[in-house]
Structures are given as structure tokens and as C-alpha cells.
Design a protein around this ligand. Structure first.
Ligand code: CA
Ligand code: CA
Ligand code: CA
Length: 325
């Protein structure tokens, strides 16, 4: 690890993906210190016109924006976030400081049978923030008989940046696609004056079961389709979380066969990324969007390796991306 880890950290990247079969290249623009995921189609046979396809690759320069010009959203698996971790002030302090780097944090792996930890954590965040934070908190996910254990998901958000619309667990009762069904949260983005920006969007967060990671990643496409069937007016969707999309669980080749790699989706975190605190390079945590979120997707993203380095805090780093505010 090390070199690529730090290297990706310093860079920004946008991928607009197209239909398989295809190959992926990392292109370094030395001047801009910018990396794009660049996608080539190997199959031009269906193209009626011989010109380079308009949708072949849509990589773009990422504008340099001040932090105040963007809303920054992270996904963060806080390993076994329960009473034990919450009782360690030094760990909680790091977690609070980490969350306050962002305007919203989608948290996975809250594991507290009493369900008090997410509220205690919110209180700690508000004790240290100049702004008021709130959360959308899921029911305990994983309630079906074969689901073996339960976790809660939460979206912690700065109320001066986001206004909640609603949240609900995906209804997994019919097909039982997930061990821990994903949690959908819809928000409105506020502008710097605290008024509506006119942009609303839906987050879908997931913590896949490692042994079923590929099946559950593929099933996220079904979740998106179901959501869009019920909400045809909402096209701005971000699917983020601990996909377990790497190392021994899922290969890059398998991901390229996934319906989540169809042309409707943008993958911000490439298969070569490392989102884990341990030395192995594993791209477990991912952020995928539908298109460019009505033009709100900036393209800047990163793996937050600077907030902590101890596995006492988590075995995952936060991974973040920006919206134009
Ligand atoms: Ca299930
Ligand atoms: Ca929208
Ligand atoms: Ca690592």
C-alpha cells in the first residue's frame, strides 16, 4: 500500500461508465494532478455511425472549489459501533472530529441492541459543532429469520446544509436479496443562505454481507429500479456504503459484469482504491451515482486517511464526495 493509497488520496476522479464489454484505464493529467477513470468500449459493432461515440467516455476536469462551495458527503463503516466503543472517550472524540469534516456522514455497522448509541453519538457531535446536527436513523436491518444479526444505518447531517425528506429500509421481504437491507434517505440540499437549492436526492446505503457481496451489489440495481418505479420524478440517487467490493470477496472482473456497471451509473471510487486501515489494498467502500446528479456531482472525492490511523476507531476509512452547493 502506501504509494497508491496516498496518490489516490491527493487526486480527484470522475467516471461515467458505459456498456460492457469494456476496459478501464487510469489517465493521469500531470498538470492538473487529476486522475479520471476512463472507459473504452471494445464493442463498436452496434454503432450505426462510425464517429467516436458521444457517450464513450465522459471524463472531465474537476474544478477547484472552496470547501464552502460544496456539500461534502462521506460514507463510513464504524466497525462494531456499540456500547463498548461509545464508552471510550478517546475513540468517540476521534469519531466526532471525523464526522465534523463533512456535511453528512452515512454510517454503517451501528450495533447496539438498546439502540441508544446513535443518539449518544449525535449528542457528542452537537456538543462539539457550531451547527446543529441531526440524523435519519434506520430500524435495525436484518430482521428476517436467516439474517443472523442486525445493524442500524444512520445519516448524520448538518442541518444548515441538508433538510431531510424521509427515510426507510428497503422492503426486502419479497425476494430476500440482502442480509441487511439497504437504507434509503432522501434530502434536500440547502444553499449557503440556508434556503432550498432546488436539488433533492436520495441516498441508498448498504453494508453487504461479505460472503454474498457480489449478489448484494448486483441487487442494488434492483433497489434503484424499485425506487425509480415508485418515484419516477426523482432521478438523483447515490448508492454508497461498505460494498465489500474487493480483495477476497469480489474481483474487478466480477464487478464489470454487474448491472451496477451499466451506463446509468458513475463510479467515483475505482477498483484500485484502498479504503481499509489494514495494510492490504481493498476497495471495500464505494460511492456510485446515477449519472451526474443533475449536474450537481463535482467529481472530487477521496479516501480520508488523515482523520485517524488506529483500527480502534474503525477498520475502514471514510470515503467522501462533493456536490455543488
Ligand atoms: Ca433479507
Ligand atoms: Ca432530484
Ligand atoms: Ca488498506
Amino acid at each position: 500500500m502506501g504509494s497508491l493509497d496516498g496518490y489516490l488520496q491527493a487526486l480527484s476522479l470522475v467516471a461515467i461508465l458505459i456498456l460492457a464489454p469494456m476496459t478501464i484505464h487510469l489517465v493521469v493529467h500531470k498538470d492538473e494532478n487529476t486522475v479520471f477513470v476512463y472507459v473504452d468500449s471494445d464493442d463498436d459493432s452496434d454503432d450505426v455511425d462510425s464517429e467516436p461515440s458521444e457517450n464513450e467516455t465522459v471524463a472531465r476536469e474537476i474544478p477547484a472549489l472552496n470547501r464552502s462551495e460544496v456539500a461534502r458527503i462521506a460514507t463510513f463503516n464504524i466497525k462494531v459501533f456499540g456500547e463498548s466503543k461509545m464508552s471510550k472517550p478517546e475513540v468517540v472524540s476521534v469519531l466526532v472530529d471525523t464526522v465534523l469534516q463533512y456535511d453528512m456522514v452515512s454510517v454503517q455497522e451501528i450495533r447496539d441492541i438498546d439502540q441508544t448509541v446513535p443518539y449518544d453519538f449525535l449528542e457528542q457531535i452537537n456538543n462539539r459543532s457550531n451547527n446543529t446536527w441531526s440524523m435519519l436513523l434506520s430500524e435495525r436491518s436484518g430482521q428476517q429469520e436467516d439474517d443472523t444479526y442486525q445493524e442500524q444505518y444512520a445519516y448524520y447531517y448538518n442541518t444548515t446544509v441538508f433538510s431531510p425528506i424521509n427515510g426507510s429500509l428497503y422492503n426486502d421481504s419479497e425476494n430476500d436479496l440482502f442480509q441487511k437491507e439497504p437504507y434509503l434517505g432522501s434530502f434536500e440540499l440547502l444553499n449557503a443562505s440556508g434556503n432550498s437549492s432546488g436539488f433533492d436526492f436520495t441516498l441508498i446505503t448498504i453494508h453487504t454481507k461479505p460472503a454474498s457481496a457480489l449478489d448484494e451489489i448486483n441487487a442494488l440495481h434492483t433497489v434503484v429500479q424499485d425506487f425509480q418505479t415508485e418515484n419516477p420524478q426523482e432521478t438523483d440517487i447515490v448508492i454508497l456504503g461498505d460494498y465489500n467490493a474487493g480483495c477476497s470477496y469480489v474481483s474487478s472482473e466480477e464487478l464489470w459484469q454487474s448491472p451496477m456497471r451499466n451506463s446509468n451509473y458513475t463510479w467515483l471510487v475505482p477498483d484500485s482504491a484502498d479504503t481499509t486501515v489494514a495494510s492490504a489494498d481493498c476497495a471495500y467502500d464505494r460511492i456510485v451515482t446515477t449519472g451526474d446528479l443533475s449536474g450537481r456531482l463535482v467529481g472530487s472525492w477521496g479516501v480520508d486517511t488523515s482523520s485517524f490511523s488506529s483500527s480502534n476507531v474503525s477498520d475502514h476509512y471514510p470515503v467522501w464526495f462533493d456536490l455543488f452547493r
